[in-house]
Design a protein around this ligand. Structure first.
Ligand code: 3SL
Length: 232
């Protein structure tokens, strides 16, 4: 039977190994939610990069530059990290160079996987159905916050585990913990997450709308996939 595992922060990735697995990158607030909305709204590709300098140099070569550090857009870029910015095909046909504090870093650390896909509540069921349909073991990699575990990514990992549990063998306790947490919180995730660190951080930046949007389930039937160096 195929196996499913959960890595709660990229700092623990060396304990798992990504080879021969499909890796699902999760950064609910807000990078993987942004990526889902962008691809669903016609963005041609997203080049995720770990560093601001790389993003700026791609921008100078003609990409739209989307950047975030500590929740804010650093000077000199075109876009921050709000998923709402991509709605209504606002960037359809464009190539976006994107760097975020944790999400794009988690992608660059997972590049040796059999396949890297992007998960968010917004495309939850599409991700679950795809994982069931393909032949490989699965590793869900939570981006966390600066190396630490966060609740919103753990909740989404648990939601995926719930969808996979009849088809996959559970590999370790992080899988059980995330599913238990999701089942506990799913009735009102917004309420459950109100005390969590990144929600507080984003609320201080007055982006409550982004938080609410990122917790909506199954808004899009797309899965961004890493092909060479870009999400398509
Ligand atoms: O860390 C990240 O990758 C971002 O998603 C963080 S933020 O929600 O844009 O602040």
């Amino acid at each position: 039977m195929r196996k499913v595992d959960v890595c709660l922060t990229p700092e623990l990735l060396h304990l798992y190994g990504v080879k021969n697995r499909v890796v699902v990158i999760v950064d609910i607030l807000r990078a993987t939610s942004c990526m889902t909305v962008a691809i669903a709204n016609g963005v041609e590709k997203i080049i995720p990069v770990a560093k601001l300098e790389e993003c700026q140099s791609l921008r100078q070569k003609g990409c739209v530059g989307a950047a975030e550090r500590d929740g804010k857009m650093p000077e000199g870029f075109d876009l921050g990290n709000s998923p709402l910015a991509y709605l209504n095909n606002a960037y359809a046909g464009k190539t976006i160079a994107m760097t975020t504090t944790n999400g794009t870093l988690a992608i660059s650390k997972s590049k040796d996987a059999e396949e890297v896909i992007i998960g968010s509540f917004l495309n939850k069921t599409a991700v679950i159905n795809y994982l069931i349909s393909q032949p490989n073991d699965v590793l869900i990699v939570c981006a966390g916050w600066k190396g630490k575990v966060n609740l919103e990514d753990t909740l989404f990992a648990g939601a995926v585990v719930e969808g996979l549990k009849d088809h996959f063998e559970i590999e370790n306790d992080a899988v059980i913990a995330s599913a238990t947490l999701y089942n506990y919180a799913k009735k009102d995730m917004l309420d459950y997450l109100s005390a969590c660190s990144h929600v507080k951080r984003l609320k201080n930046l007055h982006i409550q709308k982004d938080i609410e949007f990122c917790l909506r389930e199954d808004q899009f039937n797309v899965i961004p996939v890493l092909k060479e160096d870009a999400l398509v």
